[in-house]
Design a protein around this ligand. Structure first.
Ligand SMILES: Cc1ncc(COP(=O)(O)O)c(C=O)c1O
Length: 388
């Protein structure tokens, strides 16, 4: 099919939820994508921080295909080797004690929030400490529970009533003290808020928040759906802050492009979920887990050092571009404060063969972690022309 045929079908039959750019992709290699009309694009978006090894990565494909050749789905009545291996890998790499597998970031967060309520219900009585505190400008997903925890009013239009017991606090301890009390079971944070503009939380705030939560037995949940999996140069972004969360959620890059989410339980929360409490038909799908085993095994210290190097290179180059007011975020999760309108810049970049994302008024750059210097330089030179 050529592009206009694809677009026609989509316009006729697909739900109208997405405002697409006028392009469809047919393939590519690493951070260079090929469209259906044979144009190449440098990819600074990685399918929103998901294709962390770009496209057509040989080792990842081999792992996925090997599993496909064995068995594609096993229901959760039975064991499956890729699931067990991935759970072990995630625990040994992070210090977590147990993992629940979901299919997406929202579902990983849904699991975390449910588990937090159960933790407190068992300890303090059902409903006594059901409160959840999230942060303003956060994004935690599109299910009703995670949407209720998303601290951005724009996402709330049309969908009330929301899950009760959730408030969003300012990113300062005074406001946290005001809203997080003896009726609160958990605080959920993104160490780098992605969707609202790629903003890293301050170290002093995150550390003070951790201490506050620990003193009161309030669980600290780190949503690492976007900022996890090596994106910031460490396996998880919270590791930059020297904190120990009680629950960590992750998705996007975890599957390298296949749908999988995970909820990691640390010491306090290890045994919270018991048979029948939670589940998912596709959660822990063996093909997705095989892809994720390949991803996590390759995020070695050496690989992460390379990511840090690439991030430093990109950040230094971006800072020097005309039209750039500031560079935010952490590692390869980059926000660009620019003089021009971000959406218009993204559209112009696309015209010239570069994919960038936006996050509110900023550009959001989250390239594949395997991006080469040549690909970075090509992308930077397009960005330079468009921003000037
Ligand atoms: C921090 C964060 N949490 C949760 C989600 C929801 O993930 P998903 O779209 O996989 O449900 C996202 C998606 O952008 C995210 O950035």
């Amino acid at each position: 099919m050529d592009f206009s045929e694809i677009r026609e079908l989509d316009r006729a039959y697909h739900a109208e939820t997405y405002a697409y750019f006028p392009v469809a992709f047919a393939g590519g290699k690493n951070a260079t994508l090929l469209s259906t009309d044979q144009k190449t694009y440098i990819d600074f978006g990685a399918g929103i921080a998901t294709n962390i090894f770009g496209v057509n990565d040989e080792s990842w494909k081999a792992a996925v295909i090997d599993q496909l050749n064995k068995i594609q789905h096993v229901c959760n009545y039975y064991y499956a080797e890729p699931q067990s291996r991935l759970a072990q890998l995630l625990c040994t790499r992070s210090g977590a004690k147990r993992v629940f597998f979901a299919n997406s970031g929202a579902e990983a967060n849904e699991c975390a929030l449910k588990a937090a309520r159960k933790y407190s219900a068992q300890k303090y009585g059902d409903g006594v400490r059901a409160g959840i505190v999230s942060l303003k400008d956060s994004f935690h997903g599109r299910t009703l529970f995670t949407l209720s925890a998303t601290g951005q009013e724009a996402f709330h239009r049309w969908f009330s009533p929301f899950v009760p017991g959730i408030v969003s606090a300012e990113k300062d301890m005074d406001d946290i003290r005001r809203v997080a009390d003896e009726r609160t079971c958990a605080v959920i944070i993104e160490c780098v808020q992605g969707e609202s503009g790629v903003t890293a939380l301050s170290e002093s705030f995150v550390r003070a928040l951790e201490a506050y939560c620990k003193e009161r037995d309030i669980l600290l949940i780190c949503d690492e759906v976007q900022c996890g999996n090596g994106r910031t140069g460490k396996l998880y972004a919270y590791q930059h802050y020297g904190i120990s969360p009680d629950i960590v959620t992750t998705a996007k890059g975890l599957g390298g492009g296949l749908p999988i989410g995970a909820c990691l339980f640390f010491d306090k929360t290890e045994h919270v979920l018991q048979p029948g409490d939670h589940g998912s038909t596709f959660g822990g799908n063996p093909v997705c887990c095989a892809g994720a085993v390949n991803v996590i095994s390759r995020l070695t210290d050496e690989f992460l050092l390379e990511v840090q190097g690439k991030a430093a290179y990109l950040r230094a180059k971006l800072k020097g571009l005309d039209g750039v007011r500031g560079v935010t975020g952490l590692g390869m999760m980059i926000g660009l404060e620019i003089e021009k309108n971000a959406k218009a810049v993204a559209a112009e970049c696309l015209d010239r063969g570069l994919l960038v994302l936006t996050a509110h008024e900023r550009l959001r750059l989250v390239p594949p972690l395997t991006i080469t210097k040549t690909e970075m330089d090509e992308g930077l030179s397009i960005l330079k022309e468009v921003l000037a």
